[in-house]
Design a protein around this ligand. Sequence first.
Ligand code: B1M
Length: 215
Amino acid sequence: LPLFERLERRIVDGERNGLEADLAAAMAEKPPLEIINENLLAGMKVVGELFGSGQMQLPFVLQSAEVMKAAVAYLEPHMAKDSAGGKGTLVLATVKGDVHDIGKNLVDIIVSNNGYNVVNLGIKQPIGTILDSARQHGADAIGMSGLLVKSTVIMKENLAEINARGVAEEFPVLLGGAALTRSYVESDLDGLYEGEVRYARDAFEGLRLMDSIMA
Ligand code: B1M
């Protein structure tokens, strides 16, 4: 297979052997972020389709995710950075009950490489922990990621909890993840939250929203 198709295949097949050599060759052709967006994420999309239609079993999905993470880790140091960290602080987490973190970690990379301080709390984070961290770090925004349909419900509960603690106006919230839709966030959740809540389709929209919050 040609290089870029092979990279996509590696994600689908969970094939790590020779990954670094292919990534190094790919970086001679285009920037790391384009490799992620155009080739690696295309592979993850296929994995999602195969898994969703019962043609791929969970352990293989996990292998694909591991190759994806290894690829991102290899590319990350080669990305253009404005690492001053002074533009503002985002506390970021995958919500309670959800282990998916590839998208969240891309948000971390894109936002922190563009001058923000990102506190990445990891996966399965209850709202109490997220809020404690937001307060401790003087966060300018809270970012929640979740890929399961049930995570969209958790996000709604989390917003209600921030309201209940009376701090919604202090913390604009960015929401992202494959199970969310823009209309769910902008119609259903926006009415409920007493602060600002915004939907980010991808990591770049997350960055743009941070820029608009800090403007
Ligand atoms: Co899971 N999984 N999974 N999984 N998995 C999905 C989400 C699923 C849609 C697959 C499917 O059925 N087609 C399905 C959910 C269905 C549903 O809820 N209705 C599913 C399921 C069912 C499950 C389990 C329940 C399976 C099981 O155990 N029987 C289980 C859940 C466990 C749990 O969470 N409690 C499970 C487990 C796993 C693995 C561990 C094997 C692995 C995750 C590994 C990891 O993340 N470390 C995994 C994977 C890899 C997937 C799919 C195939 C790929 C997800 C991914 O990484 N995509 C996924 C299929 C799919 O999403 N269609 C699937 C690439 C990533 C870059 O995209 O995270 O969407 P994403 O991020 C995007 C945007 O959404 C956005 O930016 C990114 C792009 O720039 N974004 C944000 C994300 N967060 C953001 C936050 C922001 C801003 C933007 O601001 C805060």
